[in-house]
Write a protein of this length. Structure first.
Length: 259
């Protein structure tokens, strides 16, 4: 089982729309050229910049003909209602009309959570969604599970971004601890590659396909974003273990797939 993990494309409308759209298209082309090809792609939120309703149809046009399954996750910059208007009932939301859903593959379960919190850049799952996660994880206890959400559930050492992490991370940890088959928690939001232990598993944070955040582990200067190389993570289930590869996209002299 191979899962390509992208994040934070920030698709937008207007005169600055070209760069984020081209970057996402390039990353998807890089994924499509992999051999073997991944079983699916997960994009962990901030799909569209500031939830621009007009950007979601553009995002759909960008990924509609991609031949591999893509699973979308809601981020703090997203508008869940606009996302559902463009993608509800489609394969991109697991065939559901919800931003919280699961997809069963023979070798793994993909579980998508919605950590969007209205009026706040921080994330929240809430008791109802956590109960749903607990029940969903219990349904296939012998199959590896990947829990996908936008906000990291623990601090990463960048104060600006730690102030807007998942607010109920400890409650999520209580659920995850009960299910030893969670192979990875897939997250975004930080715009950097980060790995951290969490509740007996590993949180894997993917880079942005748009721009990366400055590695600023203090508050002495304002935060910022750079046109650093972008890419994605590739999670591989192999001999009972989960191996994660960091794959460059923007600065890689590699073959691209066409779609």
């Amino acid at each position: 089982m191979l899962i390509a993990h992208l994040s934070d494309p920030h698709i937008r409308t207007g005169p600055l729309a070209g760069e984020p759209a081209a970057n996402l298209h390039h990353a998807l082309g890089r994924i499509l050229a992999l051999q073997p090809q991944p079983d699916c792609v997960v994009i962990t939120g901030d799909l569209c910049q500031q939830g621009h309703a007009g950007a979601y149809p553009d995002l759909r046009a960008l990924i509609e003909n991609f031949p591999l399954p893509i699973h979308l996750t809601t981020g703090n910059h997203d508008d869940p209602d606009a996302l559902l208007a463009a993608f509800g009932g489609s394969r991109f939301l697991g065939g559901t009309t919800s931003t919280t859903y699961s997809v069963d593959y023979p070798a793994a379960t993909i579980i998508v959570l919605d950590s969007h919190r209205s009026g706040s850049p921080a994330g929240l799952l809430g008791d109802q969604q956590l109960a749903w996660l607990d029940a969903t994880l219990a349904r296939r206890p012998d199959v590896p599970a990947f829990v996908c959400l936008h906000h990291p559930p623990m601090p990463v050492g960048i104060p600006f971004l730690d102030d807007m992490r998942l607010d109920d991370g400890p409650a999520l940890a209580q659920v995850i601890t009960r299910h030893a088959h969670v192979s990875r928690i897939l997250a975004g939001h930080i715009h950097r590659v980060i790995f951290a232990p969490f509740a007996g598993t590993t949180v894997a944070i993917a880079p942005s396909t748009y721009r990366q955040s400055v590695l600023r582990m203090h508050d002495d200067q304002p935060p910022g974003y750079l046109a650093e190389p972008n890419g994605y993570l590739l999670h591989q289930l192999l001999d009972g273990n989960c191996i994660t590869h960091s794959v460059p996209a923007s600065h890689a002299a590699a073959v691209l797939g066409h779609f």
